[in-house]
Design a protein around this ligand. Structure first.
Ligand code: ZN
Length: 373
């Protein structure tokens, strides 16, 4: 299913075959939290901007519209009209960051919905059941993401529990994939490495889960407040302890520079809300750094956001026009900025893949990073 086509240093150029099509890696997954890319971007737009994988959030879809509704509608692919791969997160991160009044027990987490205060319980089995109802291509294991400032004792106890939860996730996923009425009986499971900024805890955990022969492995709990240098140090330590012949996913990362550095350390799956969130605020990416389109200097600027960019915004509209839309709070302004930013990320991943294939990744990375300064 996962096949490395070429290596350049530690950077991997691979292909990951799923029931919903083949993913070319390194890949940036485009985040559609509640089964929609924020900024009025439809799944029909995603094909035009080179999206390979859409990512949706289990917690959000569980509280609204409810995963049972999605299942009755034939699963997430049918519901949102997207036939390429979808990855769903486990809900763990949102339970720990969004939900109110939570209580963590061995069996799982008790918490209140951030929408209506309703009491909900979610453990490894519930997370797998919800993701099975959503019928995503790749399901993520239910884990706890301890705070980057948590004590060593807390992090160790949390990681041990996350490992026990992972065994339960795997058993439940196997059971669900055998059920007659399961929509996607080939659903894949990725495990998640945790351990905050404690290298030794992370390494021991990575080795333990590496032995479980899962479909892929993620590094979680990074980009949550630690410095970039700290994140790279942990990747240097942890990625070599995860199976090379499986996909490696760095969750929630990040800036174009973070992605370039992580690819160089062997990571090949990414996701982040930056391109969509920044786009909604009129901040757009270019090869010479970010622009704030609200800036007065773009008032009469007839150039596209980036010369030569083939995205739907740049092919048709000027910076001056998009700036006007943003200032007038026209939804089209946001939409064009989000389309450009996602195209920019997807295009950069395509260039990364090409550079690895040609054995020129170091040169490419250096040149790209210099442009961003
Ligand atoms: Zn563009």
């Amino acid at each position: 299913m996962y096949k490395i086509l070429k290596k350049d240093g530690k950077a991997k150029r691979a292909e990951f075959t799923t029931v919903h099509g083949t993913i070319q890696t390194p890949v940036f997954m485009n985040v559609g939290t509640a089964a929609a890319i924020k900024g009025a971007v439809a799944t029909t737009d995603l094909k035009e901007i080179g999206t390979q994988v859409e990512l949706s959030n289990t917690y959000h879809l569980h509280v609204r519209p409810g995963d049972e509704v999605v299942k009755k509608m034939g699963g997430l692919h049918k519901f949102m009209n997207w036939d390429r791969p979808i990855l769903t997160d486990s809900g763990g991160f949102q339970v720990f960051s969004l939900a109110g009044l939570r209580k963590i027990k061995e069996e799982g987490v008790y918490f209140q919905s951030h929408i209506d205060g309703r009491k909900i319980f979610m453990g490894p089995e519930e997370s797998m059941q919800i993701q099975s109802n959503l019928a995503s291509t790749i399901a993520m294991a239910f884990d706890e993401c301890p705070s980057s400032v948590a004590s060593r004792e807390y992090v160790q106890a949390s990681v041990d529990r996350t490992t026990r939860w992972l065994w339960r996730c795997r058993a439940e996923m196997e059971r669900l994939n055998q059920k007659e009425d399961t929509i996607n009986r080939h659903q894949l499971l990725f495990g998640i490495n945790q351990g905050a900024v404690y290298e030794d805890i992370r390494i021991a955990h990575a080795r333990e889960i590496a032995d479980m022969d899962l479909d892929g492995y993620a590094v979680g709990g990074l980009a949550v407040g630690e410095s970039h240098e700290e994140m790279y140090r942990i990747l240097d330590a942890v990625v070599p302890c995860l199976p090379e012949e499986k996909p490696t996913y760095l969750m929630g990362v990040g800036t174009p520079a973070n992605i370039l550095e992580a690819v160089d350390r062997g990571v090949d799956f990414f996701d982040c809300v930056y391109p969509t969130r920044n786009g909604r605020h009129g901040h757009v990416y270019t090869n010479l750094g970010k622009l704030n389109l609200f800036n007065a200097k773009f008032e009469l600027d007839s150039r596209p956001i980036e010369e030569g960019c083939q995205c739907p915004a740049c092919r048709n509209y000027s910076r001056a026009y998009i700036r006007h839309l943003l200032k007038a709070k026209e939804m089209l302004g946001m939409r064009l900025c989000v389309l450009h930013n996602l195209y920019f990320y997807n295009k950069m991943m395509e260039e990364i893949r090409e550079a690895i294939e040609q054995g020129t990744y170091q040169e490419y990375k250096k040149q790209k990073l210099e442009g961003f300064l």
